[in-house]
Design a protein around this ligand. Structure first.
Ligand SMILES: NC(=O)c1ccc[n+]([C@@H]2O[C@H](COP(=O)([O-])OP(=O)(O)OC[C@H]3O[C@@H](n4cnc5c(N)ncnc54)[C@H](OP(=O)(O)O)[C@@H]3O)[C@@H](O)[C@H]2O)c1
Length: 335
């Protein structure tokens, strides 16, 4: 297998007849992924918690590619597992196939708060909401692969190289919030929570890949987009003091790559034929050779670190997420 893949949008093949869903498709990286898939003829569901923001994204894409005929707004809020399951169930009624699932939505830099399910919000949205949504639509992904043996089905999980900074997941701590009057500790906690949620994304991807490994034509992988200046760096609702917010935003603005380049790792995994030719599965993709500033359109497979490869930890996370989901659904049996 080559170490480095050179990828441009021209490498995306014709995708007519295929169906994709992109979570967080209304903004930043998700919007570019949606645009490029739609531009190649794929029917793309822009999964967003806001119709207004999704329709604004669809209008921007139309201006860029000249049509919006392949783009559909799909309501999805990942804040609660029950909501994510309900959305997934409605998707199952809408479509009889799902070829490309990009679990891209995510947040960081937010206040330390709990979701209605009782989990720290970054973990709740970035991991648990996606766990609930993806596992509910998974039977459709599998059916698509089984019914179309000549086609390839892809699941792409958007993680971050921040996962490398995470310590092992403490399953009691994910139910707590943290507040400090010292900006330094607030910043450390914010970075720690984000890194943990991105480690959870790696575990989720690895376990999903394992779950579908009997299917030769399902490709589950994760990627880091590089440092990209998007709305995720709008730190106006973060608990950080103004000067830290300023430094965070400027760092991304000055040193980040543009959003088109940032979307390339996800698009490579979602559509490039070399994923199939090289049987790329359960892998983590980074852009290269630098993380930001200068970008050479290269993509490479990054070795997942020891913690990310820990099988016991990822199985524990899966079990924990299943239990959390069961509890969330039971607690609202009469809603
Ligand atoms: N930008 C970077 O440098 C960078 C680096 C590494 C990894 N990433 C990852 O890349 C992914 C995309 O981020 P981005 O940079 O493109 O930022 P972005 O422009 O802020 O996009 C994030 C998307 O997630 C959506 N989202 C947030 N909370 C949600 C919820 N509760 N339910 C449904 N959707 C929700 C946002 O929707 P709203 O518009 O409604 O808020 C938005 O569409 C994230 O997973 C992020 O962790 C980004």
């Amino acid at each position: 297998m080559p170490d480095v893949f050179n990828f441009t949008f021209n490498d995306i093949p014709n995708l007519e007849g295929k169906v994709a869903i992109v979570t967080g498709g209304n903004s930043g990286l998700g919007e570019v992924v949606s645009r490029e898939l739609a531009c190649k003829g794929c029917k793309v569901y822009i999964a967003s918690r806001s119709r207004t923001r999704a329709e604004a994204a669809i209008a921007r894409i139309k201006t860029s590619i000249g049509t919006d005929e392949n783009l559909v707004f799909f309501e999805l809020d990942l804040e609660t597992m029950r909501g994510a399951v309900a959305a997934a169930e409605s998707f199952l009624k809408l479509e009889s196939r799902l070829d490309i699932l990009v679990a891209n939505a995510g947040l960081g830099g937010i206040k330390s708060e709990l979701t209605p399910d009782g989990f720290e919000r970054t973990f709740g949205v970035n991991h648990l909401g996606h766990f609930a949504f993806v596992t509910t639509v998974l039977p459709l992904v599998i059916r698509t692969a089984d019914d179309n043996v000549d086609s390839q089905v892809r699941i792409v999980i958007m993680t971050s190289k921040s996962y490398e900074k995470s310590s092992p997941i403490d399953f009691e701590d994910v139910k707590t919030t943290y507040h400090s009057k010292f900006a330094f500790f607030t910043l450390q906690d914010l970075l720690r929570r984000y890194a943990r949620s991105k480690l959870a994304n790696i575990y989720f991807m690895r376990e999903l890949a394992d779950l579908v490994k009997e299917r030769k034509n399902i490709y589950v992988n994760a990627c880091h987009p590089g440092l990209v200046y998007t709305n995720i760096f709008d730190l106006s609702t973060s608990p950080l003091p103004w000067y830290m917010r300023y430094i965070g935003e400027r760092q991304a603005k000055w040193f980040g790559v543009n959003v088109n380049d940032g979307a390339k790792p996800a698009l490579f995994l979602a559509a490039d034929r070399r994923v199939i030719e090289n049987d790329v599965k359960g892998a983590l993709i980074y852009p290269g050779p630098t993380d930001g500033f200068i970008y050479f359109s290269n993509i490479y497979i990054r070795k997942i670190n020891q913690l990310g490869m820990d099988v016991q930890s990822r199985k524990k996370l899966w079990q924990f997420s299943e239990n959390a989901l069961k509890k969330a659904l039971e607690s609202c049996s009469e809603c």
